[in-house]
Design a protein around this ligand. Structure first.
Ligand code: G3P
Length: 268
């Protein structure tokens, strides 16, 4: 390790000593519509230490929490704006009028696409926000995080490692994470470690079934966290604990917290 650990990464590594950190994937997405304030608030209420969520940009450059670049899976846009619409085609005002809850269950009607700013206010200070860049310019992330004074209190990750290279320049104090596999690395090999050194990454976030004990050790040797996506069963959480994985994304944070409380996530 060439540089001292970021305080937030050091805090998470410390927390992970007791087992993989329960990381709500898109909020409590088992019980609420993903990437909405009800999902984030519910996960915070459960007591998860960390929440992962996705961010796209509207046509007018507002950063909004939604996974897909298209609107139809998780909103009523097909009915109200016409089918096949893209997040990037519409203003934030138009997008935030959409119903982002009914697709999950009629009782969730009325949930909206939240801004990144609002999502952060619901998570902090109890949960570490793990922002996944899906789209949007690095400048927009940098301006928002700096204006909120939160640049060193969030994790920022992307499958687009060029985005991370630019983000590092604009956000020198933000812990960055390499997501994979992706275009620059199809496996956890030297390409990942070279990119991690280049962007000063604080963590590597990988598809859980492809993670090995050797890969965990190599990431730890660079002073980084290893995070995985997305595991929803006890067998996987126990395996992650045994392999030394630091944090695991789950769509079912209440079940993973229950497994932790039963002692199933202990190391060894
Ligand atoms: O952030 C971890 C995981 O969610 C990455 O993949 O496309 O499901 O967001 P995706």
């Amino acid at each position: 390790m060439s540089e001292p650990r970021h305080p937030l990464i050091a805090r998470l590594l410390e927390l992970a000593v007791d087992g993989p950190i329960v990381t709500a994937h898109r909020g409590d997405s088992r019980h609420h519509p993903e990437n909405t304030l009800p999902a984030f608030a519910a996960a915070a209420q459960l007591g998860v230490p960390m929440q992962e969520f996705d961010v796209q940009a509207s046509a007018d450059g507002v950063l909004l929490c939604i996974h897909d670049e298209t609107l139809d899976r998780t909103t009523d846009a097909a009915r109200t704006l016409g089918p096949g619409g893209l997040v990037a085609q519409f203003s934030a005002a138009d997008l935030m009028r959409l119903d982002a809850g009914s697709w999950k269950h009629p009782s969730c009607a009325g949930a909206r696409i939240p801004t990144l700013e609002r999502a952060l206010s619901v998570m902090l200070p109890t949960c570490v926000p793990m922002i996944e860049h899906k789209a949007g310019k690095p400048q927009h992330y940098a301006e928002l995080l700096r204006s909120l004074g939160l640049a060193d209190q969030v994790l920022l990750q992307s499958f687009d490692w060029n985005f991370l290279r630019e983000a590092r320049r604009l956000l020198p104090t933000t812990p960055l994470g390499l997501l994979g596999p992706g275009p620059e690395a199809t496996a956890m090999d030297d390409r990942v470690h070279a990119a991690a050194r280049e962007v000063g990454a604080g963590f590597v976030h990988w598809h859980a079934p492809e993670v090995t004990a050797e890969a965990v050790a190599a990431v730890h040797a660079q002073g980084m966290l290893l995070v995985t996506y997305t595991s929803d069963v006890q067998l996987a959480w126990c395996g992650g604990a045994r392999l030394g994985i630091d944090a695991m994304c789950t769509n079912d944070p209440s079940a993973m917290l229950a497994a932790r409380d039963q002692g199933l996530l202990r190391r060894g």
